[in-house]
Design a binder for this molecule. Structure first.
Ligand code: PNS
Length: 180
């Protein structure tokens, strides 16, 4: 990828990032090719209670995006459009995976447009290899001892271990004979 950004527009990529996944990272990398700066905005007061504290989610994102020179990570609370105005940013980036994302994203984009007509939402369609990825699926697989090495970077996996120990005793599984 080229190191030169292609416009002087700053964009905000908001989300819960609980935790950031390779799918999110890919969206940031691609946005960073187009926009001068990409602000990864981590929502503090997520309605669905996050697994990881905002401090941990910020650190995960910072470490995972250390190589993306024009990406910055920060926390926000309250309305996204207010945060956007405070940063003088007019572009919201959202990733789209399957059609199932569309309804929610469409509603959110229209709501933000109603609140702030000066702000535009840009969608980036996921790379197909990440279309199945979600933060909650990654946590679920991890907790049951599954391999998530293709889903999140190592720095994130290490931080996940601090909060979510992997399935504690895999041998229990082997000793159980559910169909006996
Ligand atoms: O990763 P997520 O959980 O899908 O991200 C959702 C997020 C953080 C983008 C959205 O919940 C949000 O913008 N929340 C801030 C509150 C807000 O602005 N609400 C009005 C738009 S629906």
């Amino acid at each position: 990828m080229s190191s030169k950004p292609k416009s002087n527009v700053s964009a905000v990529y908001p989300g819960s990032f609980d935790p950031i996944t390779n799918g999110h990272i890919c969206i940031v990398q691609r946005a960073a090719e187009v926009f001068e700066e990409v602000i990864v905005a981590v929502l503090m007061n997520v309605q669905k209670k996050p697994t990881f504290s905002v401090e941990v989610r910020l650190r995960m994102a910072e470490e995972a995006l250390a190589d993306v020179k024009n990406a910055r990570v920060c926390a926000f609370s309250g309305l996204l459009v207010n945060f956007m105005h405070s940063r003088n940013s007019k572009v919201i980036i959202r990733g789209l995976r399957a059609m199932s994302d569309f309804e929610y994203e469409f509603q959110m984009a229209l709501m933000n447009r109603q609140l702030a007509p000066d702000i535009e939402t840009f969608f980036i369609v996921t790379e197909p290899q990440y279309s199945y990825l979600s933060s909650s699926a990654v946590k679920n697989v991890f907790q049951f001892g599954g391999d998530i090495s293709s889903m999140v970077p190592e720095c994130v996996r290490n931080m996940m271990r601090g909060k979510l120990p992997e399935y504690p005793n895999k041998t229990i599984e082997n000793k159980t004979k559910p169909f006996e």
